[in-house]
Design a protein around this ligand. Structure first.
Ligand code: HTL
Ligand code: MG
Length: 630
C-alpha cells in the first residue's frame, strides 16, 4: 500500500516541529497519526488497538513536554507507535518488530525520547518514581510522567509503587489510560471501582471557574455508570473513597482521553502541582478504526492485514490450542482440575476452556506472582491447579515458585507457553531462561514435548504424579493430537528420553523444535544419533550415560540460553558420573536477543540446521551444511 499524501505529519520530523503547530490542528494530526499506525500495522503487524487508543494522548504529551529532557515512562510500551513516529523515527517505522528494525516497545538504546526499556507490564510507576527521586536529589527540574493502562494497573508491582509514590509524594504525573481492556476484558476490584468513579472536588472547582467544556465530558461518563456511582456516593465521601486518593496520590478525572483540548487543559494544570497526581483518562481501545474498536481483543496484536478488507487472518492450530484442548479434557475427567491465567486467555489458548469450565477458570489480571500462589492455595486444599503462563512472564513469579510451591512440593502444574525465541516482541519477551531458573529449584521438574501427543502425555503424567511439574512448549504451530478422552492418552514415563535415530559416534541431544533441526543435520549418517531429551529435569541419566560411554562427542541443542539449560544439565550429570566425553553446547550464548525472525536467529546464534551440520562436520560426520536447503 502506498503512503497517502499527508500534510501535517509530513512536516514533523521531531517533536519541536509539532510544538509549532497551532493547537487547533492537533486533532487533525492525531487523525493522521491514526491512519499511519493502521498502515504500518497492516504491513508489519503489531499492537494496533492499543496504539490507536493513545494517539490524542501522544500528541498532547509531545505538545506540552520535551522528551529530550522530560521523562515519559510508557507502561509495557506497546502503545507507543505514535510516540515513535513523532520522535524522529517515522522513516523507520515500517521496520518495527523486524530484524534490525525498531523495537515494538520503547527502548532507551533506541532513542533519547524513550525513558525506559520495557515490555513487561506494571513497571512504569516504580521506574518513574526512581527517576523523580533522582531528579529531586540532583535539584533538576525536568518532569516525570508515567502512562499506565488499566490492565497494567492490575499488577502488584504497579500497586506497590503507587503506595510508595503516595508515601514519598514526588512531583510527578500518572496518566491512567483506562480503556476497560487488558488484552481481554480487564478484571479486578480496582477495575470495577473505576467504572464507578466520578468527578472529584478538585475537578469540580475547575469547572466552577467557568470551564464549561468540562461538563460535556463528565456528564456522559457519569451516565454510563450512574447506578453504581450513586450507590457509592450514598455511602462515601467520593474523595476519601477513591483508592488512589487514599494512597496519597491526587486523583483527577475521569476525562475524555480522545479530546486533545481536554488533555492539554488538565496536563497543563497538573504539571505545576506539587506531589503526585493521577489523571484518569477514558479511551477506547482501537479508537477510530472500526474493526479494532468493535473487536479490540482480536486487534490487540494484529498480524499484517489488508486495510481495504480488514479481516484477521485465519489462525492455524498452535501449541496454545493444543494446551487448551488438553486442559479441557483434563478438566472434564477430573473436577478438581483448575486453570489459572495471568491475563493471557487468548494467547494461552484458553478461550474455549474459560467458557466450558467457568467455575474452574481464574484470570488474576497481569499478576503472575498471584497466579502462582493462587495455584499453591488451591493445591493446599486438594484441588489440581494448572498455572498457564508464558515463559517470560513466569519470571515474575519465580519467588512464588520456590517459596509458595516448591518448599512443600505442592501439586501445581506449570503450563509454560512461548518457550524459546518469540519473534517480533523481542528481548523483553524471549522465553529462554525458564529451564535454567526452574532447574535450580528443588522438587521442581520440567519437560518439553516434541509434539501435541507428547504434550498431553506429559500433562497427564504431571497431574498423576503430583508435585511441582512444568511442561513447556514454543510459540507457533503444531499438528493437533487426535481427539480422545484422557484415559486414552498414551502414558509417558516422567524423566525418560527417547532415541529418535540410532547412531554410533556422535549423539545430538535436542528438545522441542530443535529436534527437527538435529534430524535434518544428521541426515542419514548412521554414525549420528538423535535423542529427544524431553526431560531436562530429571534427565534420563541411564540413557545419557549409556550413549555417552563410547561416543566420540555429544552435541546438545536448545532454543534457550546455554547458561543453565539442557547442555549445562548434561555436563553436570556427566561430571558427576565421571564420564569423559567432549560435549558441544549449542543454544543462545550469554547475550540478549532482540526482535527478529526466530528461524533466522536460531541459525545466526548457532543452533539452526546449518549451524548444527557445521558442528557435525567439524566432528567428521553429518550432512554437508550446503546440502541443507533451509
Ligand atoms: N504480563 C506482563 C508482566 N507483561 C505483559 N506485557 C503481559 C503479561 C502481556 N501483555 C501485553 S499488553 C497486555 C498484556 C497482558 C495488556 C495491557 O493492558 P493495558 O493496555 O490496559 O495496560 P492496553 O492494551 O492499551 O489496554 C504485551 O505483552 C504487549
Ligand atoms: Mg487497557
Amino acid at each position: 500500500m502506498t503512503r497517502p499524501p499527508r500534510s501535517l505529519l509530513a512536516s514533523i520530523d521531531q517533536p519541536a516541529d509539532l510544538k509549532r503547530l497551532p493547537r487547533e490542528q492537533l486533532p487533525e494530526l492525531a487523525e493522521e497519526l491514526r491512519s499511519e499506525i493502521v498502515r504500518v500495522c497492516s504491513v508489519a503487524g503489531g499492537h494496533l488497538a492499543s496504539s490507536l487508543g493513545a494517539v490524542e494522548l501522544t500528541v498532547a504529551l509531545h505538545y506540552l513536554f520535551d522528551t529530550r529532557h522530560d521523562r515519559i515512562v510508557w507502561d509495557v510500551g506497546h502503545q507507543t507507535y505514535g510516540h515513535k513516529i513523532l520522535t524522529g523515527r517515522k522513516d523507520r517505522i515500517d521496520t518495527i518488530r523486524r530484524a534490525g528494525g525498531l523495537a515494538g516497545f520503547t527502548a532507551t538504546s533506541e532513542s533519547e525520547h524513550d525513558a525506559l526499556t520495557v515490555g513487561h507490564a506494571s513497571t512504569s510507576l516504580a521506574a518513574a518514581l526512581g527517576m523523580a527521586l533522582a531528579r529531586d536529589a540532583r535539584g533538576h527540574d525536568y518532569e516525570v510522567l508515567a502512562v499506565i493502562g488499566d490492565g497494567a494497573l492490575t499488577g502488584g508491582m504497579a500497586l506497590a509503587a503507587l503506595n510508595q509514590i503516595g508515601h514519598v509524594k514526588p512531583r510527578m504525573t500518572i496518566v491512567l489510560n483506562d480503556n476497560e481492556m487488558s488484552i481481554s476484558e480487564n478484571v479486578g476490584g480496582i477495575n470495577h471501582y473505576m467504572r464507578t468513579l466520578q468527578v472529584q472536588p478538585w475537578f469540580q472547582r475547575a469547572e466552577d471557574r467557568g470551564k464549561a467544556a468540562l461538563s460535556s465530558v463528565w456528564r456522559p461518563l457519569a451516565d454510563v455508570s450512574s447506578r453504581a456511582m450513586k450507590a457509592t456516593r450514598r455511602f462515601f465521601d467520593p474523595a476519601s473513597a477513591n483508592p488512589f486518593h487514599a494512597m496519597g496520590v491526587r486523583y483527577v478525572g475521569p476525562i475524555d482521553g480522545h479530546d486533545v483540548e481536554q488533555l492539554l487543559y488538565y496536563l497543563e494544570k497538573i504539571r505545576h502541582l506539587p506531589g503526585p497526581t493521577m489523571l484518569h483518562i477514558v479511551t477506547r481501545k482501537g479508537k477510530g478504526y472500526k474493526v479494532a474498536e468493535s473487536d479490540p481483543i482480536t486487534w490487540h496484536g494484529a498480524s499484517s492485514f489488508d486495510p481495504a478488507k480488514p479481516v484477521a487472518p485465519g489462525k492455524s492450530y498452535t501449541w496454545a490450542n493444543a494446551f487448551g484442548d488438553a486442559a479441557d479434557q483434563l478438566a472434564r475427567a477430573d473436577d478438581r482440575v483448575w486453570v489459572i491465567t495471568p491475563a493471557m486467555r487468548e494467547g494461552s489458548g484458553l478461550v474455549e476452556y474459560s467458557k466450558r469450565h467457568p467455575d474452574r477458570y481464574v484470570d488474576v489480571g497481569i499478576a503472575e506472582d498471584v497466579a502462582v500462589t493462587v495455584g499453591a492455595g488451591l493445591a493446599l486444599r486438594g484441588e489440581k491447579p494448572i498455572v498457564a503462563i508464558y515463559s517470560t512472564f513466569l519470571q515474575r513469579g519465580f519467588d512464588q515458585v520456590i517459596h509458595d510451591v516448591a518448599l512443600e512440593s505442592l501439586d501445581v502444574v506449570f503450563a509454560i507457553d512461548r518457550a524459546g525465541l518469540v519473534g517480533g516482541d523481542g528481548a523483553t519477551h524471549q522465553g529462554v531462561y525458564d529451564l535454567a531458573y526452574l532447574r535450580s529449584v528443588p522438587n521442581v521438574s520440567v519437560g518439553m514435548p516434541k509434539d501435541a501427543v507428547e504434550m498431553r502425555a506429559m500433562l497427564k503424567e504431571a497431574m498423576r504424579l503430583g508435585g511441582p511439574k512444568a511442561v513447556r512448549w514454543p510459540r507457533g504451530g503444531v499438528a493437533p493430537a487426535p481427539e480422545a478422552p484422557v484415559e486414552e492418552w498414551p502414558a509417558i514415563e516422567w524423566g525418560s528420553w527417547e532415541v529418535l535415530k540410532e547412531g554410533s559416534e556422535v549423539w545430538l541431544l535436542g528438545i522441542g523444535p530443535t529436534l527437527g533441526y538435529a534430524l535434518e543435520a544428521a541426515g542419514d549418517d548412521p554414525r549420528v544419533g538423535v535423542i529427544n531429551a524431553r526431560f531436562v529435569k530429571p534427565l534420563d541419566r541411564d540413557l545419557l550415560l549409556a550413549k555417552a560411554k563410547g561416543a566420540e562427542a555429544l552435541v546438545t541443542v536448545e532454543d534457550h540460553t546455554v547458561v543453565g539449560g539442557l547442555g549445562s544439565a548434561v555436563l553436570e550429570a556427566l561430571a558427576e558420573a565421571g564420564v569423559q566425553v567432549p560435549v558441544r553446547r549449542l543454544g543462545i550464548p550469554d547475550v540478549t536477543v532482540p526482535h527478529g525472525d526466530p528461524k533466522a536467529q536460531h541459525e545466526e546464534l548457532g543452533y539452526g540446521p546449518k549451524a548444527i551440520a557445521r558442528v557435525l562436520n567439524e566432528l567428521g560426520v553429518g550432512v554437508a551444511p550446503k546440502l541443507l536447503t533451509r
